[in-house]
Design a protein around this ligand. Sequence first.
Ligand SMILES: NC(=O)c1ccc[n+]([C@@H]2O[C@H](COP(=O)([O-])OP(=O)(O)OC[C@H]3O[C@@H](n4cnc5c(N)ncnc54)[C@H](O)[C@@H]3O)[C@@H](O)[C@H]2O)c1
Ligand SMILES: [Zn+2]
Length: 362
Amino acid sequence: MRTISVGLGARTYPICIDRGLLTRSELLLPRLEQRKVAIVTNSTIAPLYLESLAGALRGAGVVVVPIVIADGENHKNWQTLDSIFNLLLEYRCERKTTIIALGGGVVGDLAGFAAATYQRGVPFIQIPTTLLAQVDSSVGGKTAINHPHGKNMIGAFHQPRLVGADTATLDTLPERELSAGLAEVIKYGLIMDAPFLAWLEVNMEKLRARDAEALSYAIARSCENKAVVVAADEREAGDRALLNLGHTFGHAIEAGLGFGTWLHGEAVAAGIILAARLSQRMDLLSAGEVERIAQIVRRAGLPTEAPDLGEDRYLELMGHDKKVEDGNLRLILLRAIGKAFVTADFRPGDLRKVLAGAAAHA
Ligand SMILES: NC(=O)c1ccc[n+]([C@@H]2O[C@H](COP(=O)([O-])OP(=O)(O)OC[C@H]3O[C@@H](n4cnc5c(N)ncnc54)[C@H](O)[C@@H]3O)[C@@H](O)[C@H]2O)c1
Ligand SMILES: [Zn+2]
């Protein structure tokens, strides 16, 4: 088992990564405040993994309340959250009842927001089952739902007590979802870990073939990078924003096409290319570096060209970004592979040209 610690003082928690971890109730038990949990999962994951986890917990004397929601990003909304609250109340879940998210980022974000707000906050555990959730969304305590005006607009910071990534669950993950997770993995290399990007360039085929050791290494290395950033800036007052490389563009793509049309990771991948092209226009990256980024994105099975939403629509959607400050759009750009920075200091004309380029390529 690989273990990484997210250092947040009294709220420090471990990320445990291993095959078969789902049934090891001894990992979870010491983290529970009461022998009762509510497991939030969805209709796709429940038949695959709910009984393994619930059975192991019941075997250890824990009362389990299963809450199964509909599958899909379009259900990451207020209505689903309300249905979770209804069941928590109906089954008399208390302040010490732990909410466990069993699923991908959608389940994690919804269950996490429920845990942050139910009875003003209850203990929370993440059991991520997608690559994206294992390398990114389950770590760091951001929880949210979408609003028709924008992604993740309503939410809270609420750190889990434990993140348990069972890499065996990735065996059933559809290939398109595996690729989407690789977008966030590549992101860590680009923003802060050039040697990891070089490792990915050597090992991309192994990852796509689900080589267990390669996946476990990539997950652990991604979590190590995220843990460093989160420990230094839990609430995104500064450098945590770097984790959003490609995301301002990506969120515009997701919202512009309708949530769920492109996967989050696909939109982020195309967004990373747009950020790289803007960096190139500002003479920060060379054409060769932009091509190197496009190549690794392509090899991960991800899109390198953003859809044509029209420049004006892109700008309108990007204006809803949470990084907008005093009305100014701030973007994450690259000054080298492995070195990202946040800036509002780019020429609007350059941004328009990059967005117009999206139309030209589409
Ligand atoms: N909170 C954060 O810090 C953070 C970070 C990144 C992304 N996110 C959010 O995460 C979400 C995307 O997460 P995601 O990519 O995991 O998508 P997802 O949760 O929609 O899961 C993808 C699909 O895979 C299915 N699935 C999950 N595990 C499976 C398994 N083991 N086998 C077979 N099928 C499985 C799901 O049911 C779903 O259909 C977005 O809403 C995004 O905003 C949050
Ligand atoms: Zn993301």
